[in-house]
Write a protein of this length. Structure first.
Length: 226
């Protein structure tokens, strides 16, 4: 597979459709989440190969806490196990692993694991892989505004959880839904959006490449005239 013609600096993905993928197969929703982890692995591998610098994923929204406890627990357990399992690969590929979101809502065990993996990959210089967990765009703006006011500052960016990370050039959402679902509200001001009907567990390297091809055809003007 040839690399895409244009490589954006930051690609972010709203991974959606795991539940529907499982239902289509007469399986429990968690089965879809398990298969979704394989898609994350495939997309991270492709991003590393193509030299993408930042790749982020919406893994769990603040609103997702409202799902049945068994699904929430299953997802938390899956995230914990998956990040542990991927650590050697992260280290081998120079991947810096970062988790952003309302970390105060996560279990002590998950937080300890996240801290450990972030520390062990902090020197990664190839791809920065970001997982947004317990994240809400409105929450991010609010916590940033509070901290900015406390510090007497007048620019918000340094206080958003994404401080230091370039805004996404491309946002991909799978499963046919065409909404932001309270994801990166501030940071997507000039992001290009690609929506695909593919359910997240079916989204692999080929589908990722297609989304990047669509991005390559866009004319980004940032309000100016070319
Ligand atoms: C995305 O898949 C994963 C999370 C939101 C955690 P869903 O679980 O939302 O799957 P659908 O949208 O119900 O098919
Ligand atoms: C958005 O998907 C959140 C994540 C992918 C983590 P949802 O499935 O929760 O969003 P809605 O409910 O369809 O808007
Ligand atoms: Mg969904």
């Amino acid at each position: 597979m040839n690399p895409p013609q244009v490589i954006p600096t930051h690609v972010t993905i709203i991974m959606d459709g795991n539940g529907r993928w499982a239902r289509e197969r007469g399986k429990d929703r968690i089965y879809g989440h398990f298969e979704g982890v394989e898609s994350v692995r495939a997309v991270v591998e492709a991003a590393t190969e193509w030299g993408i610098r930042y790749l982020s994923f919406f893994a769990f929204s603040e609103e997702n806490w409202g799902r049945p406890a068994a699904e929430v627990e299953g997802l938390m357990q899956l995230m914990l196990e998956s990040m542990r399992k991927e650590l050697p690969t992260f280290r081998a590929h120079g991947t810096r692993f970062v988790v952003l979101g309302n970390r105060g809502r996560l279990s002590a065990k998950l937080n300890a694991t996240i801290d450990d993996i972030m520390a062990q990959t902090a020197d990664g210089e190839a791809l920065t892989m970001i997982l947004f967990i317990s994240y809400s765009g409105k929450w991010d703006i609010l916590q940033a505004a509070r901290r900015m006011a406390e510090a007497g500052g007048d620019t918000l960016e340094p206080y958003l959880v994404t401080a230091g990370i370039p805004d996404p050039d491309l946002l991909i959402r799978t499963s046919g839904e065409k909404r932001l679902s309270n994801y990166l509200l501030w940071q997507t001001a000039y992001t290009e959006f690609v929506f695909t009907d593919t359910l997240w567990p079916d989204f692999r390297k080929e589908q990722f490449r297609s989304a990047l091809e669509e991005y390559a055809s866009r004319d980004r003007r940032f309000g100016k005239i070319k």
